[in-house]
Design a protein around this ligand. Structure first.
Ligand SMILES: Cc1cc2nc3c(=O)[nH]c(=O)nc-3n(C[C@H](O)[C@H](O)[C@H](O)COP(=O)(O)O)c2cc1C
Length: 252
């Protein structure tokens, strides 16, 4: 085998291995994508020192496959651990990694809770629709397992925080309590909800921020090496630490 062909085969094998990690838990529909989309024979038969990239036609794939591909590639994502209350003040907690901050004037965050089934919004979305308030918590590694445990689908009204012995504290500006163990809590009110197909994007305004002592200085600058939020990686169960941080100065 020529040097070029050996390199192509090596690249293709490594590509296959990466994709095998993504498809470990996949139904047959996604596995068949792997066979049709990776164009190894074409690349190997051409004399170029490259392989054809794997491609996915998102317009052709079923929603489950589209989710897995995007959720596994658009990483790492921060995780919003969200507390809400229903009209009867029954507390709820659940994690969401379709989440980020989108501006500071006003300070806004957004996250995307889906539906339990075709007709029923998840409790978090339902509670926010009822009360317009929620707290977003950031999660660090010691809280990882309990955060994931609160993603279990409980009947509406059952409190994940009591179930897992988490402590709540009152919020300053809203009536939804916050989780004492979390390093960061953002008290929010719902600004709006955008629905696109079966996606639901809740945009919230942040009114008050709680930060565990030692993470920031008085001016709001982070203290080096003191904040390690957990990040969501490939679907369904991969996470990443943020303990290996470094600086890249911007150009003047
Ligand atoms: C780390 C993590 C991230 C998640 N991200 C989302 C998400 O962005 N959107 C979503 O609808 N569900 C997401 N889930 C699943 C929800 O947490 C789960 O459906 C939960 O039961 C919803 O709870 P609720 O009905 O009390 O709102 C995620 C689960 C985990 C473990």
């Amino acid at each position: 085998m020529s040097k070029v062909m050996t390199k192509i085969k090596k690249d293709a094998d490594s590509c296959l291995n990466t994709f095998r990690i993504l498809t470990d838990h996949c139904p047959p529909s996604t596995r068949s994508i792997h066979h049709t989309s990776i164009k190894i024979p074409v690349a190997a038969s051409s004399n170029h020192d490259t392989i054809t990239p794997m491609t996915f036609d998102m317009e052709e794939l079923p929603p489950g496959d589209r989710y897995r591909i995007l959720a596994s590639l658009v990483t790492p994502r921060p995780i919003a651990w969200v507390t809400t209350q229903d009209r009867k003040n029954r507390l709820n907690a659940a994690p969401f990694s379709f989440f980020n901050v989108f501006g500071s004037n006003p300070p806004i965050v957004a996250f995307a809770p889906g539906n339990k089934d075709h007709h029923t919004p998840k409790d978090t979305a339902r509670n926010i629709r009822e009360t317009g308030e929620f707290v977003v918590h950031m999660v660090d590694e010691p809280l990882g397992k309990v955060m994931v445990a609160t993603s279990a689908s409980l009947p509406h009204g059952e409190n994940e925080l009591d179930l897992h012995n988490l402590t709540t504290l009152p919020s300053e500006k809203i009536s939804v309590p916050r989780i004492a163990e979390a390093p960061v809590a953002l008290e929010c009110t719902a600004h709006s909800t955008i629905e696109i197909g079966s996606n639901r994007l809740i945009i919230g305004i942040v009114h008050f921020v709680h930060v565990r002592e030692g993470i920031m200085d008085e001016k709001g600058y982070h203290q080096e090496g003191q904040y390690h939020p957990l990040a969501r990686m490939a679907s369904p169960d991969w996470y990443s630490r943020t303990t290996d941080q470094f600086e890249i100065p911007r150009p003047d």
